[in-house]
Design a protein around this ligand. Structure first.
Ligand code: ADP
Length: 267
């Protein structure tokens, strides 16, 4: 997605099924202007949650997928040459501050170190964004909220979020949803009936119990939805699970074999 294209506030918020009290916490954080950190594995609903809450609160949303080359300038903006003239162009974070929007930094831990420096004055009671290049100092209006996510699971030691940064955010841990919630989510998102969704969710529980041993991470809700969508579209079960579960989780033939054994034990 283009980071500069915000999702506009929508009267029908994207479907999100709460797992616990996360919606109330998000609302309270937004009302108080506090930043929020979502911790959890990939594909467990963090992005959908933010999209849902932004729509519910009627705020535009700027989502930035962070990567190891993402710098403060990418977030704040830069001078660009246009028709022989240099022109300042706001980055997504600056736009979000100006508009009182929600800015979601997905996988913030991947970004370059200079990003943290920019976030600090925004995440304490100053709520300011310094734009060194233009000399501007923006004070965030009440609607602005900073949300960041990171996956504590597979980060290496060098990529831990520093306590000085972590302690600036309210935090919520996201795990995979409980089976009843996950059943409802997978069925709703894929269109697969409950009878055929149940074994998929059971299988997910068994695979997740293996994660950390042979598997780096358990199967995500996102992958379950992929599998369910293929099955709902008529693909034979075995092929759907091979493409949506086994192959995405491992490159090791032994582990793939073990996963296929697990699948056989469920079906
Ligand atoms: P993350 O941002 O954690 O990587 P996403 O928010 O992209 O994951 O979630 C992946 C998919 O799982 C979403 O597109 C959505 O279909 C589904 N999903 C997961 N949890 C929920 C939930 N609680 N309610 C609704 N959909 C969910």
């Amino acid at each position: 997605m283009n980071a500069l294209a915000p999702h506009r506030a929508d009267r029908t918020a994207p479907y999100y099924r709460p797992v616990s009290q996360e919606c109330a916490l998000f609302e309270a954080a937004h009302a108080k202007g506090l930043p929020l950190l979502l911790k959890g594995p990939t594909g467990c609903g963090k992005t959908r949650f933010v999209e849902h809450m932004a729509a519910r609160l009627g705020r535009p949303l700027y989502t930035v997928a962070c990567h190891d080359d993402l710098s403060a300038a990418d977030l704040i903006g830069r001078y660009l040459l246009r028709g022989g003239e240099t022109e300042w162009v706001d980055g997504p974070l600056t736009r979000a501050v100006r508009e009182g929007a929600i800015c979601y930094l997905d996988e913030v831990i991947e970004a370059r170190k200079d990003v943290t420096v920019v976030l600090h004055p925004l995440t304490d009671n100053r709520r300011t964004l310094m734009i060194d290049r233009t000399g501007e100092e923006l004070v965030a209006p009440p609607g602005f909220m900073l949300v960041a996510s990171y996956n504590p699971g597979y980060q290496n030691v060098l990529k831990r979020l520093k306590p000085s940064t972590r302690q600036r955010f309210l935090s919520i841990s996201f795990g995979f949803p409980d089976p009843a919630t996950e059943m409802a989510v997978v069925a709703r998102e894929s269109g697969l009936d409950a009878a055929r969704t149940a074994p998929l969710v059971r299988l997910a529980g068994m695979i997740r119990a293996l994660s950390g041993m042979d598997l780096e991470e358990g199967v995500s809700t996102r992958l379950l939805i992929y599998a369910a969508s293929l099955i709902a579209a008529g693909m034979p079960l075995e092929r759907a699970l091979q493409a949506a579960v086994v192959e995405p989780l491992t490159d090791e033939p032994d582990v793939a074999e073990a996963l296929r054994d697990l699948i056989a034990s469920v079906y």
